[in-house]
Design a protein around this ligand. Structure first.
Ligand code: HEC
Ligand code: HEC
Length: 220
């Protein structure tokens, strides 16, 4: 980059005109990400664990999620492809570089344990485990494991880890897909499955995944 261009950028930055679209986005930096995530901790917590507020809104765990997945979700909120009144203003605060940085920051954190599965009955957990690992062919429900991976730990940037995610959050997302309120998944993969699930199925699989722990060495 020539000195003149750098000087010009400096002027833009200095004048507060920088919008994030001028510069190519560089690799994610967890330290810058921590700074950009200062407002996020109110809900997603300093350790990225989020919070399962019983009977209330459930803030997802971000710690240990794949960076590419986090980036996609933030872009989806910004573009309105994914809608949530609580989250949208915070996604809109970030420029493209900050999105990459906060994704790097949260993705390198250790996976934390989840709430909402503690009081589930054995029968409910058994049903959840069945749907997660074997699916239910009578209802044409494919096992969650076939996309989200063994133990629900996630596969790459496309299939997020859902083990040790809060039950309230998993439940909300499945209902959102079932009701057509979330539709940012490629090829309606999740919508097709959620629409075949009863409320009890959703309750069961949410409780089971929330009760699963993810060991540190199981994550990258
Ligand atoms: C006031 C509470 C609140 C704050 C502050 C907040 N979020 Fe969120 N966030 C939520 C909620 C609620 C959801 C779930 C939205 C839904 O149900 O679709 C969410 C979802 C997300 C997701 C999607 C996670 C997934 O597994 O798909 C990401 C990524 C995220 N937030 C990042 C951030 C970042 C980065 C910040 C700070 C810049 C932030 N959030 C600030 C409440 C908040
Ligand atoms: C055919 C592949 C496929 C199967 C099977 C599947 N999923 Fe998904 N799931 C996806 C994809 C792709 C996404 C990411 C959507 C996006 O990009 O926003 C996703 C996202 C999710 C999320 C949102 C995670 C988050 O952090 O926001 C939850 C919860 C979820 N799936 C639960 C389930 C459960 C429970 C099952 C089994 C009943 C299941 N999925 C089966 C493909 C699948």
């Amino acid at each position: 980059m020539s000195k003149r261009i750098i000087g010009g950028l400096g002027l833009l930055l200095g004048a507060g005109l920088y919008t994030g679209s001028v510069l190519a986005v560089g690799p994610g930096d967890p330290d810058r990400g921590q700074t950009a995530a200062a407002t996020c901790t109110a809900c997603h917590q300093a350790d990225g664990s989020g919070k399962n507020v019983p009977g209330g809104e459930s803030w997802p765990r971000l710690a240990g999620l794949d960076a590419g997945y986090i980036e996609k979700q933030l872009h989806d909120f910004q573009a309105g492809r994914r809608q949530n009144a609580t989250m949208m203003p915070f996604a809109n605060m970030l420029n493209d570089q900050q999105i990459v940085d906060v994704a790097a920051y949260y993705s390198q954190m250790e996976v934390t344990s989840a709430g909402g599965g503690e009081s589930a009955s054995d029968a409910l957990l058994n049903r959840g485990e069945q749907i997660a690992n074997r699916g239910d062919w009578d209802k044409y429900i494919v096992s969650c494991k076939s996309c989200h991976g063994p133990g629900g730990k996630g596969v790459g940037s496309d299939f997020p880890g859902i083990a040790s995610q809060h039950a309230g959050y998993i439940r909300t997302q499945l209902h959102a897909w079932k009701d057509g309120e979330r539709s940012n998944d490629p090829q309606d993969l999740m919508g097709a499955i959620a629409k075949r699930m009863s409320d009890d199925d959703i309750e069961a699989v949410a409780a089971w995944y929330a009760s699963q722990t993810v060991s540190a060495e199981g994550e990258e």
